[in-house]
Design a protein around this ligand. Structure first.
Ligand SMILES: [Zn+2]
Length: 400
């Protein structure tokens, strides 16, 4: 892939380890497991390289942090609130921009439940402080920042939050988050909140009246809206109430696997009809199907092709939801905080150690583009699904 301008900087190099912060051994950013590269011929690989040079590559959902090597230390690690960004991993990812969702579900500095306002601000501030001490990753606040990052060999970092529980009943907190750099906000993360219902609730009462005000405020501010973890009724209401297109940043098709974590056709269609986009998710054991119960790039792309068939190539993209480290191990360590139980359907599936071909953000886009090239997609269609569709929505949503 086109290498980014990486200087060798590691997170918090501006501090003294041990003196200024407690050191946890982190997972390797590259080559942690023998994940398979999608096979290509030399001619196909040349075309893949050309696409990375000519085309904007935008991930609609990832977590570009590095998990600790020893996950039994995870909760203590989280209490320090100091996440490293995987600069080395990102430098070979081919990504020009990434919607990074920090680690808010596990921001547990002052509480065990997560999603507290103070913890979100802490998480955000520490990450952006670290990012401000190097040149390769740059905070993106407007669409021009994404274009410029590509031109300059940088990666645009788009701060996103998966749920809005931390705004409590204060609409102005959405302005505060916007002012601090947040550009995409989820309605509810699995649990219901003041705005609406999440996917783990037994009943979904839809978007609340406060939720309706919050959607309008996000429209006025120019904040993108994400319904990935919202319940179906809340998702449909959000699409209807919003004046702007909505993102489903990371999900798949429930028609292929009956899981709350995936979206029914009705929601995917409504999202697309209003100009929105669905990003296909690759977190372990999410985008599997009856045909491909073992999670891999094949089952992931089955969800992509189903959605593209359902609503058209202009409304589908990729939000792999990958991270650097043992994602399956993290799910075991944190199954309550991440609502893993509520997200799983009834279909039996074999557990994988990692999602082959989509193990970390360093390899997701290179392998997705390889897969598309080897499955007959045109350069024009590839350009749409790896970034063009997201850019079209952002130009409409990130108004100023
Ligand atoms: Zn998520």
């Amino acid at each position: 892939m086109q290498k980014k301008r990486y200087s060798g900087y590691k997170s918090f190099d501006y501090l003294e380890p041990g003196l200024d912060y407690k050191v946890f051994k982190l997972a390797p950013e590259l080559g942690r497991v023998p994940s398979t590269q999608v096979p290509t011929t030399p001619e196909q690989e040349t075309r893949v390289k050309g696409l990375f040079e000519s085309t904007l590559m935008i991930s609609l959902h990832d977590h570009c942090f590095v998990a600790p090597d020893n996950l039994s230390e995870f909760l203590e690690f989280r209490r320090w609130g100091r996440d490293a960004t995987a600069y080395e991993g990102l430098s070979v990812s081919g990504l020009d921009a990434v919607f990074d969702n920090l680690m808010n579900g596990t921001a547990m500095i002052t509480s065990r439940g997560g999603w507290k306002w103070d913890d979100i601000i802490y998480d955000l501030g520490i990450r952006l402080s670290d990012i401000a001490h190097q040149e390769m990753v740059v905070l993106a606040l407007k669409t021009e920042d994404i274009v410029r990052a590509k031109e300059k060999g940088q990666v645009a970092f788009i701060v996103s939050l998966e749920g809005a529980a931390m705004i409590e009943n204060e609409l102005d907190r959405i302005d505060i988050l916007y002012g601090l750099g947040v550009r995409c906000l989820g309605i509810a993360y699995s649990e219901a909140n003041a705005l609406g219902s999440g996917l783990k609730e037994p009943r979904d009462g839809g978007l609340t009246s406060f939720g309706r005000q919050a959607v309008k405020r996000m429209n006025k501010l120019g904040m993108a809206i994400d319904i990935s973890h919202s319940g179906d009724r809340t998702s449909l209401d959000t699409i209807e109430v919003s004046d702007k297109p909505i993102f489903i940043t990371h999900a798949g098709a429930r028609a292929l696997w009956n899981s709350n974590r995936l979206k029914p056709d009705e929601v995917i269609r409504a999202c697309a009809e209003r100009g929105g986009v669905i990003g296909i998710e690759a977190a372990p054991h999410t985008t599997i199907s009856e045909k491909n119960p073992r999670h891999s790039i094949e089952s992931f792309m089955e969800h992509f092709e189903y959605c593209a068939e359902l609503v058209g190539i202009d409304h589908v993209t990729f939000g792999p939801d990958a991270l650097f480290g043992d994602h399956v191990g993290l799910h075991h360590a944190l199954s309550d905080a991440l609502s893993i139980g509520a997200s799983r359907g009834t279909l039996e599936y074999p557990e994988v150690e990692w999602v082959d071909g989509l193990e970390s953000p360093a390899e997701t886009f290179p392998n997705i583009v390889r897969w598309l090239v080897t499955h007959g997609y045109s350069d024009e269609d590839i350009a749409k699904v790896v970034g063009g569709n997201v850019m079209r929505v952002l130009k409409e949503v990130w108004v100023r």
